[in-house]
Write a protein that binds this ligand. Structure first.
Ligand code: 4NP
Length: 160
């Protein structure tokens, strides 16, 4: 059965679309495409329909990615449609959990920081790069590359 993974941030134009594409690239690199369904969403709907922020797309291109997701709002039904909901910070966590149809669904929600290993170990969240310079976008991509690797290790069941 497919594992359905949803990444969530605020605007769904910077962090979570990057996470979606980076996680998908790792799934593809391991030849696991048939085993995963991957998407992203935002708790704020103001950017619905938009491509990722041009600065995030540029930073992504410099790391070899093409970020083409279209922003969409997170909704209550996502709790039924995804097995794993991975948020970028505590504010995302609170907003997502408030929409849970029942308490038990909150078990599906984790924070990206739960998967930080070496590079990002001094952080407790994925920082919002929206009001930052170029470096903020590269920082996010580096954090997501290591955390997506660990998340996939865990979901693939090969984490020790
Ligand atoms: P994201 O970044 O949550 O990583 O997509 C943001 C995008 C837009 C806004 C804030 C954060 N905004 O306020 O419009």
């Amino acid at each position: 059965m497919k594992q359905r993974v949803l990444f969530v941030c605020l605007g769904n134009i910077c962090r979570s679309p990057a996470a979606e594409h980076i996680f998908r690239a790792k799934v593809e690199a391991r030849g696991l495409n048939d085993l995963f369904e991957i998407d992203s969403a935002g708790t704020y709907s103001g950017h619905a329909g938009e491509l990722p922020d041009p600065r995030m797309r540029q930073a992504g291109a410099e790391h070899g990615y093409s970020f083409t997701h279209r922003s969409r709002p997170f909704r209550e039904e996502d709790f039924y449609e995804f097995d794993h909901i991975v948020v970028m910070d505590d504010s995302n966590y609170e907003r997502v959990c408030r929409l849970a149809p029942e308490r038990k669904y909150i078990d599906r929600v984790s924070r990206m920081r739960d998967y930080f290993t070496t590079y990002a170990r001094d952080w407790s969240y994925v920082p919002d790069p929206y009001y930052e310079g170029r470096e903020g976008f590269h920082l996010v991509i580096n954090m997501l590359e290591e955390s997506c690797e660990r998340l996939l290790d865990i979901l693939q069941g090969c984490d020790n």
